[in-house]
Design a binder for this molecule. Structure first.
Ligand code: SF4
Length: 64
């Protein structure tokens, strides 16, 4: 199964770290929230770095 990054926006502090680290995956949507782009596959290194740098610990892989 493809690994897809997911966000827990309830905990997101809107620091924009993920947008800087991995802009091809993390976007700010029209409503002003951070979201995960709809990609067929995700760059694992970049997402891992965003996960480890997120101060709110709200990015995770959904492997279901
Ligand atoms: S790095 Fe984490 S806390 Fe910061 S904007 Fe991204 S998801 Fe939110």
């Amino acid at each position: 199964m493809a690994k897809v990054p997911v966000l827990d926006l309830n905990r997101c502090s809107d620091c924009e770290g993920c947008l800087e680290i991995c802009p091809e995956v993390f976007k700010r949507n029209a409503a002003g929230y951070i979201e995960v782009a709809d990609l067929s596959s995700y760059p694992e290194d970049c997402v891992e770095e965003a996960i480890s740098c997120c101060p709110a610990d709200c990015i995770a892989w959904d492997e279901s």
